[in-house]
Design a binder for this molecule. Structure first.
Ligand code: ADP
Length: 509
């Protein structure tokens, strides 16, 4: 998979994820608005019903309290009859159709039988009808007078009754919650009643507004402001499980997306490192094989055969290249065996000072070849540990080999090795004056196949396996490896080997 393709896929996925998130956010906004609308609709319906009932009750109450109508029309026979049996007024007039209303009144309200009406003389009927029409006009005028003109608002509005009815209807519409009311005279704009906690224009502006007498001809008669301080809280509370779930899923999608991108790039890096490794390995194996091939061919040459010096020289080359080949194969095999479960330590009592001395002397020749010095300071007074000798040797050897490999081209190399006794183990410090390692990749040099890119500038061959081997092996010994380095100055690798491989980390210094 090439990088361009991965980048395109990541962008397409990013675009889709962003789209899904944007859609989700817009749906959530719509949902919130819907929930707010539903709540407001319930409140409006409840208030409309409550105010219609309040209007009816207060009107009837008014008629009961003030016998104005009765007084005004006490001389009218029809008046008494238009009241129901309990003395309440019937308000079910069809004022538009006097004829049918008239007969309705005659039959149902005045209890005059149809037969009697039939038998009535036309003049009587006409008289009766005239009375009815007169009555209707007077009644209408009187109603208007009573309801809208002659009564002052605060005399008529009864806030506790209004609130009781409002609560009843809010409950009926499942919209009951704490509320505050403010009643304003529509004409004078004066406040008649208020239980608002903060009575400011902003709260009033954000409150629901209704006409207290919805059927009033004069709409501005009485205005009710009703505020629900916890309305938003209620809506949010209702929506919060959905919002929470949405945010959680968005978060999960994002996390999964980031993880996928991270994994793709990690895999890509790993696959690049692996192909580098294969290229390196092919090169590292091919070169000595080719050299051995050329040297053995030369030895077969008669001219060379006659010169023992030349034969010996080519034989040395063959031996050297063979050793190099073996060394490389061993490194690859070491790495292949390195699956943790497969690391089987052959524990025995070993002297780390002695091992350091041996490894240093093995490498002396390589140092001499490139020019420089290698010194060791066995300062550890207790250097016997329970560990795997071969692995400990290999680890120290890898560190020294690296110090030689990653030297500065224009300077003699100086390697210092020091052992130090610690409370529960021994430290082996390998310090060099080489090219150093950039701080940002310091952590990664122990990863399998990882090679610092600048390593290639110096054309130093390697597989990126040596330090990974060191890390795996030292951890199998319950020890640890650490590094500090300065670019262009050198590096210090510190191996900590516990005295006893069985001891726990917590016992260290
Ligand atoms: P290799 O040497 O085969 O590349 P290693 O695992 O031994 O693999 O090292 C990993 C990388 O760490 C090297 O490629 C090199 O860039 C860097 N490195 C290791 N040791 C040193 C050192 N002493 N000085 C500078 N760089 C080092």
């Amino acid at each position: 998979m090439n990088l361009r393709f991965i980048v395109i896929i990541v962008f397409v996925a990013l675009f889709s994820v962003a789209g899904v998130i944007a859609l989700q956010i817009s749906w959530m906004k719509d949902l919130l608005q819907q929930s707010r609308d539903t709540e407001e609709r319930s409140i409006s319906e409840a208030l409309n019903e409550a105010l219609t009932e309040y209007e009816k009750i207060s009107t009837l109450q008014y008629f009961k309290d003030n016998k104005t109508l009765e007084k005004a029309y006490s001389n009218q026979e029809e008046m008494a009859k238009i009241e129901d049996s309990e003395g309440n007024l019937k308000l079910s007039y069809n004022l538009k159709d006097t004829n049918s209303a008239f007969f309705k009144v005659l039959t149902s309200e005045l209890n005059i039988s149809k037969d009697r009406i039939k038998n009535m003389s036309a003049t009587d009927l006409e008289k009766l009808q005239q009375h009815y029409v007169d009555f209707n006009d007077k009644w209408r005028n009187q109603m208007k007078l009573m309801l809208f003109e002659s009564i002052c608002v605060d005399e008529k509005i009864n806030p506790p009754l209004l609130k009781t009815i409002i609560s009843k209807y809010l409950e009926k519409h499942d919209a009951m919650m704490k509320y505050e009311v403010c009643i304003v005279d529509g004409n004078t704009k004066g406040i008649i009643y208020s239980d608002f906690k903060n009575l400011d224009s902003n709260t009033l502006h954000n409150s629901f507004q209704f006409n207290i007498f919805p059927n009033s001809i004069f709409n501005e008669y009485g205005i009710l402001f009703i505020n629900f301080p916890y309305l938003e809280d209620k809506i949010n509370q209702k929506m919060s499980p959905k919002f929470f779930a949405s945010f959680l899923f968005i978060l999960l999608i994002l996390l999964a997306f980031l993880l996928t991108v991270y994994t793709i790039f990690k895999q890509k890096k790993l696959s690049d490192m692996k192909s580098d490794f294969i290229n390196n390995m092919t090169h590292e194996l091919k070169t000595p094989v080719a050299t051995i091939g050329i040297a053995s061919k030369m030895i077969q040459n008669e001219k060379i055969l006659s010169s023992p010096d030349k034969v010996a020289q080519y034989a040395r080359v063959i031996k050297q290249e063979n050793d190099r080949l073996l060394n490389n194969i061993e490194k690859v095999l070491q790495a292949a065996r390195l699956r943790k479960s497969e690391v089987k330590l052959k524990i025995s009592e070993i002297d780390v000072n002695q091992i350091v001395e041996d490894v240093v002397s093995q490498n002396q020749i390589n140092i001499d070849a490139v020019g420089g010095s290698i010194n060791f300071f066995n300062d550890a007074d207790r250097s016997i540990v329970q560990a795997d000798k071969t692995h400990i040797q290999n680890m120290i050897n890898n560190l020294i080999e690296n110090a030689i490999k990653y030297r500065q081209e224009d300077q003699p190399i100086h390697v210092y090795i020091e052992t130090k006794s610690k409370r529960n183990g021994i430290e082996v410090i390998v310090e060099d004056n080489g090219i150093g390692i950039p701080a940002d990749v310091l952590e990664r040099i122990f990863d399998k196949f990882y090679r610092v890119p600048t390593g290639n500038i110096h054309n130093v061959k390697g597989f990126g396996l040596g330090l990974n081997y060191v890390k795996e092996i030292i951890e199998a010994h319950h020890g640890r490896v650490s590094v500090s380095s300065e670019l262009g100055k050198g590096s210090i690798f510190t191996l900590y080997i516990p005295y006893d491989v069985e001891r726990e980390e917590s016992e260290e210094d």
